[in-house]
Design a protein around this ligand. Sequence first.
Ligand code: XUL
Ligand code: CO
Length: 438
Amino acid sequence: MTYFPNVPQVKFEGRQSTNPLAFKFYNPDEVVLGKTMREHLRFAVAYWHAFTGSGADPFGSGTAIRGWDRYSGMDLAKARVEACFELLQILDVDYFCFHDRDIAPEGDTLQETNRNLDEIVALIKENMKSSGKKLLWNTANMFSHPRFTHGAATTSNADVFAYAAAQVKKALEHGKELGGENYVFWGGREGYETLLNTDMKLELDNLARFLHMAVDYAKEIGFDAQFLIEPKPKEPSKHQYDFDAATTLSFLRQYDLLPHFKLNIEANHATLAGHTFEHELHVSRINGALGSIDANQGDMLLGWDTDEFPTDLYSTTLAMHEILLNEGGIGRGGVNFDAKVRRGSFEPIDLVYAHIAGMDAFARGLQVAAKLIEDRVFAKVLDERYASFKSGIGADIVAGKANFRTLEAYALQNKEIQNASGRLELIKSTINQYLINV
Ligand code: XUL
Ligand code: CO
C-alpha cells in the first residue's frame, strides 16, 4: 500500500534543478565545516502535523485528503504508522517525533489507552528496525482531553496531576523502548487564564515537583534521553508558565532542575513571545541550554501559532548561525518540522513539497551561516564593537579589577567620550550579499 502515490524518492539535484520533487540545497552528504549536512541538521517529521492533523480550524472541518482516512480506531493508528515510515523513506529523513495521543486512540480507561499505545509502539519498533529510522523525541499530550482543562502538572485537581504522572511515566517507558534520543515537555495547558482563581506559587511548585519525579523515574528505568522543555508564551493558556527561554531557564534554576534540562526552541513560539527565533536560540546557547529546535515560522500579520513550514532564508540562516556557534552544534537534538501544510494544500504530495521546502531552507541557511563564520563576519563586528573592553579601563572591568572609586577617578580625568557607529545597515547588506552569493 502506498499513501504517497507516484512520489519517487526525493534526491539532491542542485540549485539549477526545476524538479519540484528534488532537493535544491539539501545534499545529505555535503560536508560543511567538517560535518555532513545530515549530521548537522538531523531532520525530523512531526507525527501530529503530518499524520494526525486534518487541516481543521475553528471555522471548519478538515480538508486533508489522506489514504488513511478510510480507517478508524486502531486500524487508522496502524495505517498512520505505515504512512509515517513511507514519508520518512521518500524524504530520506532519519527521525520522527510524536505525542502519545498522536499514535494511538484513547480507550475508555487508562488501562485500555495504555494497551492501545503498547500495541502501536511495538509496531513502530518493528518499522524502526527494518528501516533504520530513529526517534528524535516523544512527548505526552496533556492538553487535548477535557480532563486537562485546568492544566496537567499545574492543575488545581490532584487527581489530574496523578493521571498526568501516569501518562508521562508510560511515555518515558516508551521513549526508552524506542531508543528516543530526547524527551520533550511542552506545557500544553501549564499556565493560567486569570489570577483571580489561581495559586501561581502552588502551581509552579507542583510543576517543579512533577519534573523532578520525571527525572527520577527516567534515571530509575535507565532512560538516558536528553530532557527538553519547549517554551511558548501563550496558546492554549492566556499566559503559559514556560513563557520564553529566559523565563524557563530562571524557573529551572530556581528549582534545581537546570542540570537535567535543555531547551527545545520553536521559531513561531519565539515570535509569539515578541522575540526573534535567533534571540531564543542565542539566550539558550549562552546559558549552555540549546538542545533542539522545532522548525517552523509564524506570520507577521497574524498573532497566533500558524506553524508554517520554514521558508524564510534570513531566519534559517541566523538560526543555523546560532546552532553552528553552539558547542557540539545541535548535539543530540535535531531540526523537527513542527509545521503544517496550509488548509488549502490538502493533497498528500503537499506534505512532500512542504518538507522539501523546509529542508532546503535549513540546508541553505547552514551553507550561508557556515560561510559567515568562516569569514568571521560577525566575529569581526563584535571584535571592533567591544574593543574598549580589551585594554585599559575596559580590561580592568572585565577582569574584576575595577570598582566605583577607580571608575570615578577614570571618568573624572577622561575629557571626551567617543562612541563608534554600530553600522547596522552595512551589516545587513553584508548578510544579503552572502545570501545571494554563497
Ligand atoms: C505546540 C507545540 C507542540 C510541541 C510538542 O505549539 O509546539 O506541538 O512541540 O508538544
Ligand atoms: Co513545538
